[in-house]
Design a protein around this ligand. Structure first.
Ligand code: NDP
Length: 341
């Protein structure tokens, strides 16, 4: 059985933020789609909330490397309620989270009131999180959690020394600051957003430094050993300088490329200080690990003031918000109300 999901719209139709490529230009806006526009899949979910991630902004502007075919509905994050399922693991009315895999990339995503996905992509909403809170965290929270878990598996502990977070005012960065601080780490936030300094202190950064401090452009093989660990969301020369500044045996978890995908580095930090570079990928992360990180995000890792990390927008406001993300003018998370709870 399928339901009419959008009050005031035609039966079996639903609202979606749709992106089309026409005559070389990109057009994006809210339109009505029908269930038959959805791909084949096991589980149909009514999306209550989504969130706007950097990757969604790239997809919404048809930048290369994210989405192949248009028209398309972006949105790599979705939290909602199962409408119908042919997968026995899920039942009508169940509250679920779907993030990454191919959602919003080449599969119709969370910026539509309905998604249809394989059961293997679905995480049951863990106890301790509402659908809204799940999307304030979203892929950014999952990624920050995976980075923290990877560092701790490597041996990092609160007593090890300071941990630097780059791109700290962004979605992944700000949640990483909060998760680390709540676990007792001494967090140094690196940010280029002067207006976010006070907030970064409030969410747990012991020191906030201008991102220029990690801007050394010399070819020195090593810099002063300062940090026991790092969560890097920007890549490029910043990650190079983070690796050069790690203490002996330290580790950096690399998850982003907001500055650059390049990594112009020598092997010296690895062979002279035994540092480690840990790669973080939330998109293909195996289900077992994904479920465990979501469980921790919903319980012992859950930030105290999640609402403070996000501003809420509707589907109609997405087009403007996409430009803000691409211009680096957002801080924290952008929560997208889709069909609501
Ligand atoms: P946001 O846009 O929310 O944050 C990015 C932050 O990076 C900005 O807020 C800014 O922080 C900083 N920044 C932006 N431009 C530059 C620049 N030119 N040089 C240095 N710093 C810059 O993005 P997200 O937090 O959602 O994602 C961050 C990165 O992580 C992206 O590259 C994204 O693609 C990637 N990502 C990877 C995932 C994975 O699984 N590996 C999952 C999710 C995201 P400030 O002003 O504070 O310096």
């Amino acid at each position: 059985m399928t339901g009419n999901v959008s009050r005031g719209s035609a039966a079996n139709s639903f609202r979606a933020f749709r992106v089309a490529v026409e005559q070389g230009g990109v057009k994006a806006g809210v339109t009505l789609l029908s269930e038959s526009d959805l791909p084949a899949g096991d589980v149909t979910v009514r999306v209550a909330f989504s969130s706007l991630n950097y990757k969604d902004a790239l997809s919404a502007r048809a930048r290369p490397g994210v989405t192949r075919d248009y028209p398309h509905t972006p949105g790599i994050d979705a939290a909602g309620v199962v409408l119908n399922s042919s997968d026995p693991r899920f039942s009508e009315g169940q509250r679920v989270i779907v993030t990454s895999f191919d959602l919003g990339m080449n599969t119709s995503g969370g910026f539509g009131e309905l998604i249809r996905v394989p059961g293997d992509w679905i995480v049951p909403l863990p106890a301790g999180l509402s659908l809204r809170e799940a999307m304030i965290l979203g892929t950014a929270g999952l990624t920050a959690g995976l980075a923290l878990e990877a560092l701790e598996r490597h041996g990092l502990a609160a007593r090890s020394g300071p941990v630097v977070v780059t791109g700290a005012s962004g979605g992944v960065g700000s949640l990483a600051v909060a998760l680390l601080a709540a676990r007792g780490y001494q967090v140094v936030a690196s940010s280029g957003t002067a207006g976010a300094r006070a907030w970064l202190g409030e969410i747990g950064a012991e020191r906030v430094m201008d991102r220029g401090e990690l801007g050394d452009a010399s070819e020195r093989p090593l810099l002063k050993a300062v940090y026991a660990g790092a969560i890097d969301t920007v890549g490029g020369n910043t990650l190079v300088n983070v690796l050069k500044s790690l203490q002996y045996g330290g580790a950096a978890a690399a998850c982003g490329l907001a500055q650059s995908p390049e990594l112009p580095l020598t092997v010296f930090p690895f062979i002279l200080r035994g540092v480690a570079l840990l790669g973080i990928d939330s998109a293909g992360c195996p289900m077992e690990r994904r479920v465990e990180v979501w469980r921790r995000l919903a319980s012992e890792w859950k930030p105290a003031d999640l609402e403070g990390f996000a501003r809420e927008i509707g589907l109609d406001e997405l087009d403007l918000a996409v430009d803000e993300v691409l211009a680096g003018r957002t801080t924290g998370r952008v929560l997208v109300r889709v069909a609501g709870e």
